[in-house]
Design a protein around this ligand. Structure first.
Ligand code: ZN
Length: 185
């Protein structure tokens, strides 16, 4: 199911889970390290070509079908995710049942939660998620807090980061992006 997030508290309660895997996975066992299991997403309407104002909560679906959201322009955005572990959201915009366009959201890329980001953090500040949280699942907001408190990395609450077609991102992601910026200063 996909539902509109209406309050800050609701937004804060949406986890962006970081799974630190000890095994390899994927069709050809090509993946290792960090896997994302996400519950919050921005949405983009391919009809009016704008991002919807709210963020949306992803809380499971049947065979990946999570539901349809209506844009203020009248278009419908149909959403499908990767089912058990939510790593992406596939969206398809239609107007009066006819397809306008598709937009694919890869959360690992959109939220910069790939192995490289965590390797950079390990190299710059010494926080080694691969070792410390091996075979565990941890919420991104806990990682952000740990980097702020234990490693003294400041985050910018005011700055709004963007990614591709998205001009606003969830608060935790803004903090995360500002950490990635700050470790390179
Ligand atoms: Zn629209």
């Amino acid at each position: 199911m996909i539902t509109e997030i209406l309050t800050d508290t609701d937004e804060q309660n949406c986890e962006i889970r970081i799974i630190v895997r000890g095994d390899r996975w994927g069709f050809n066992k090509e993946f290792w390290g960090i896997q994302i299991d996400n519950t919050i997403t921005p949405l983009y309407c391919c009809n009016c070509k704008t991002q919807l104002k709210s963020f949306y909560k992803l809380n499971g679906g049947r065979y990946g079908q999570v539901g349809t959201i209506e844009c203020t322009c009248g278009a419908e955005i149909h959403c499908t995710d990767s089912d058990n572990i939510v790593e992406y959201l596939d969206t398809l915009t239609t107007v009066r049942q006819s397809l306008v366009d598709k937009y694919y959201i890869d959360f690992t890329k959109t939220y910069k939660l790939d192995n490289n980001s965590f390797i950079a953090i390990k190299e710059k500040v010494g926080f080694d998620i691969f070792k410390k949280y091996a075979n565990q699942t941890i919420d991104l907001s806990a990682i952000v807090r740990e980097l702020e408190v234990d490693y003294g990395i400041s985050t910018d609450n005011e700055k709004n980061f963007t990614f591709d077609k998205f001009d606003h991102l969830p608060k935790t992601i803004n903090k995360w992006f500002s950490i990635l910026d700050n470790i390179n200063k």
